[in-house]
Design a protein around this ligand. Structure first.
Ligand code: FES
Length: 121
């Protein structure tokens, strides 16, 4: 049997070998936006990160499907770290902009940003 730490290390190596450049969380709970639209946005996000070569690679983008990010309106709500940038209306069209301009380009899509919660001091 594999040591737990070794097996967890292998799991981490599979999703973020050598670290990630950003992490995006997307709410799919279904209250901030219709459930079907949220699921569609999540599928789109996963597909586009794979297509763009940003999934499961060194310095790629981690993604997490969140049950609820506690805003519960004007969604789907998305949150990008390390900056702690909150996005409203993260549907397919806007996710494409968030991916290209922020996740890849490093520049937040200001017209969709409604909050910032950077971590740390
Ligand atoms: S339901 Fe999406 S933030 Fe709460």
């Amino acid at each position: 049997m594999t040591e737990p730490a070794a097996s967890l290390g292998a799991a981490m190596e599979a999703i973020a070998p050598g670290g990630a450049r950003r992490h995006i969380l997307l709410c799919t709970h279904g209250k901030c936006a219709p459930a079907e639209a949220s699921q569609q946005a999540w599928k789109f996000l996963k597909r586009r990160l794979r297509e763009l070569g940003l999934a499961d690679v060194a310095q790629g983008v981690l993604r997490t499907r969140a049950d609820c990010l506690r805003v519960c309106r004007d969604g789907p709500i998305a949150l990008v770290y390390p900056e702690g940038t909150w996005y409203r209306q993260a549907d397919e069209r806007n996710l494409e902009r968030i991916i290209q301009e922020h996740l890849i380009g490093g520049v937040p899509v200001e017209e969709l940003v409604f909050g910032r919660t950077p971590l740390g001091d």
